[in-house]
Design a protein around this ligand. Structure first.
Ligand code: FDA
Length: 408
């Protein structure tokens, strides 16, 4: 049986970072993945240019049942550290929007960089390889794979979440967690479009393709998320960055609230316009939202497009204003893992060390990246978590393996 210090399962963002760090500290590392193509999620990310981090990343940008868990790893490996690595590899990047950093060239440059980092440490690649069974004898792990058995003093699970099964996402990490006595926080699609029943969405289906800046929120109290971002109407429901962000805060059968005129008191604006202008309501609304939406909105509220503001009762304008400032919709569901960028929930962080990502149940077992119950906002945060948790576990697993090798 081939023997290693550390086995990492999952050669995605977190797994490659972890393997590179551990191998460069002198440990013998094997990196295993079942997919034919390397790091497919990095490849397709950020529209092919990988939004690899966010310069404003802080713990508040992450959701978890244990919100403080991500703090330590994020503080010890920051966006600046990743930028220093990019500089070393001459990877060019630019900022797009709200601290979101993207590659100038394709996301392949990030994959190539991580591959070079692994090769610099002498990582042994095993892919495509399937792991059938994992055993632990109290000190070392044995992995039965379709390419033979492997032994390792430390095992890192970096197999990601459930989103986009067609490019290799599996529940492997969750199964390993359960095998070793870990509990899971319920998983569900996040950063995902929201859908409605065809009856509920019928008045808006014709507006598919329309996009506008809004303020959008979901959830309550400490678990509420509110974002100023674009809303996109689709033929089945709502999408766009604002919706993807709040989808992580949305729970089944709860509403989402949308302010279609962010920064404007819509009721006051309508009443003032009534007093001071001879405009038609349709013309006024179309100055604030796309004309097709203004038309549909007035039709839904049974107000004629060409009605003069001066002729409309205050109560009608108040009702219109309230509906524009607080469009309350209850989605029937989401587009699911087929379209979700990430998985919310995962391995319960209360059973992991926040400094090392090591299991509190089994010494030498680590969970990193998206398989853990830490979910970032849209905008480069999820990769920052993958890098930071990968570095934390890479260093710690190397220490652990050194201890096992020296009998310490
Ligand atoms: P990741 O999914 O990267 O890697 C897991 C690896 O494990 C894969 O290589 C997989 O093949 C392997 N694996 C799974 N099951 C296995 C098994 N049973 N045996 C062996 N190997 C197995 N984030 C961000 O910050 N900026 C962005 O621009 C984007 N864009 C984006 C676009 C799209 C379309 C998606 C779907 C997602 C994003 N994300 C993103 C999210 C980001 O891609 C994601 O959070 C990270 O890739 C998670 O890194 P991990 O290493 O944890 O998993």
């Amino acid at each position: 049986m081939e023997s290693f210090d550390i086995a990492v399962i999952g050669a995605g963002a977190a797994g490659m970072m972890c393997a590179a760090v551990a191998a460069q500290s002198g440990r013998r590392v094997v990196l295993i993945d079942h997919a034919a193509r390397l790091a497919e999620k990095i490849r397709i990310s950020g529209g092919g240019r990988c939004n690899f981090t966010n310069s404003h990343a802080q713990p508040a940008n992450f959701l978890s049942e244990n919100p403080h868990f991500c703090r330590s790893a994020l503080a010890r490996y920051t966006p600046r550290d990743f930028l220093a690595l990019l500089k070393q590899h001459r990877v060019k990047w630019h900022e797009k929007h709200k601290g979101q950093l993207f590659c100038d060239d394709s996301s392949e440059t990030i994959i190539d960089m991580l591959k070079r980092e692994c090769d610099a440490g002498g990582v042994t690649w095993r892919r495509p390889v399937t792991v059938h069974e994992i055993r632990h004898d109290g000190a070392r792990f044995t992995l039965d794979t379709n390419a033979g058995a492997l032994g390792a003093a430390a095992l890192v699970i970096a197999t990601g979440g459930l989103s986009i099964p067609k490019i290799g996402a599996t529940d492997f990490g969750y199964r390993v967690a359960k095998q070793f006595g870990h509990t899971l926080v319920d998983t569900r699609p996040a950063l995902v479009p929201l859908t409605f029943t065809s009856t509920d969405w019928e008045p808006f289906a014709a507006l598919s393709g329309l996009s506008l800046p809004v303020r959008i929120g979901a959830g309550k109290g400490k678990t509420r998320g509110e974002f100023d971002e674009d809303l996109l109407l689709t033929h089945r429901g709502v999408s766009g960055p604002g919706v993807l962000q709040v989808s992580s805060y949305w729970n089944t059968s709860e509403p989402v609230e949308i302010d279609l005129l962010p920064g404007i008191d819509a009721t006051a604006m309508l009443l003032e316009a009534k007093a001071s202008s001879k405009k038609q309501i349709g013309t006024l609304l179309a100055a604030h939202v796309p004309a097709r939406l203004a038309q549909a909105w007035l039709a839904a509220h049974k107000v004629a497009l060409d009605a003069r503001l001066a002729d409309l009762p205050d109560r009608t304008l108040r009702a219109l204003g309230a509906s524009l400032s607080n469009w309350t919709l209850t989605p029937s569901g989401t587009e699911g893992y087929r379209k979700a960028e990430v998985t919310r929930g995962g391995v319960n962080t209360r059973e992991l060390s926040s400094a090392t990502m090591m299991s509190a149940r089994v010494a030498g077992l680590y969970f990193i990246g998206e398989v853990v119950d830490v979910t970032g906002w849209l905008g480069g945060y999820n990769f920052q978590w993958a890098w930071a948790s990968g570095v934390a576990a890479g260093k710690a697993a190397a220490e652990h393996a050194r201890g096992v090798a020296t009998g310490g």
